[in-house]
Design a protein around this ligand. Structure first.
Ligand SMILES: [Zn+2]
Ligand SMILES: [Zn+2]
Length: 205
């Protein structure tokens, strides 16, 4: 399944790992909106991770008053936990165990890791990527390199990034030449928008 989504991601101009993570994450949120919001195990997982970040708060708020189902149970769990904490001799020791990460962010990280591991293990996927118009963002280029065993494959992945960045750099150079007052040419669309190509590499999820 994840191989299939990665392959889809090779056909777009952005980062295939970002693409895969976003796709799988929207699937996860889709099921949260359909079923998980009122399921015990899912609410318990929310409780165990103790917080919901701003980005994911916005996403789950789409559920509106259905979330009363989620928070009724979540508050019950929280009440018990806080009471236990109040009764414990060493209340500070307990707080050390609380995971501060957002439940949804953790899921996102799990998917991302799975996508990276799947990619580095498959010769076919690596070959597909090298021949595709897509380019890993900086974060995912580094994560892939960290997980690859073969140096020659790492070199190929770096070369692909270098060649892409070089093309964008040339467009930026040309943009500056053309906006100079001595120039009688105006920057072309792709030179004006070179920064948009660049930002795809430097930003991620
Ligand atoms: Zn990425
Ligand atoms: Zn989050």
């Amino acid at each position: 399944m994840i191989e299939f989504i990665l392959k889809e991601g090779f056909n777009v101009s952005g980062c295939p790992i970002c693409y895969t993570t976003e796709k799988q994450m929207s699937e996860f949120l889709f099921w949260f909106e359909r079923e998980s919001y009122h399921e015990y195990s899912s609410i318990k997982a929310l409780f165990e991770h103790s917080c919901i970040c701003k980005k994911h708060e916005e996403q789950i708020l789409k559920l509106k008053d259905k979330l009363n189902n989620t928070f009724e149970l979540l508050i019950e769990m929280e009440n018990e936990e806080l009471k236990r904490l109040m009764e414990a001799k060493n209340f500070k020791r307990k707080t050390k165990d609380i995971e501060t990460n957002c439940r949804f962010c953790l899921e996102e990280k799990r998917i991302e890791k799975h996508a990276v591991k799947t990619f580095v293990k498959s010769k076919e996927l690596i070959e597909n990527y090298l021949n595709s118009p897509s380019l890993f963002c900086k974060k995912h280029t580094l994560l892939i390199l960290e997980n690859l065993d073969k140096k020659e494959l790492a070199e190929k992945i770096i070369k692909k990034a270098l060649s892409h960045l070089n093309k964008v750099y040339k467009r930026i150079e040309s943009y500056f030449k053309k906006i100079d007052y001595r120039s009688n040419e105006k920057p072309k669309e792709d030179e004006l928008n070179a920064y948009l190509e660049a930002i795809k590499f430097f930003s991620n999820l």
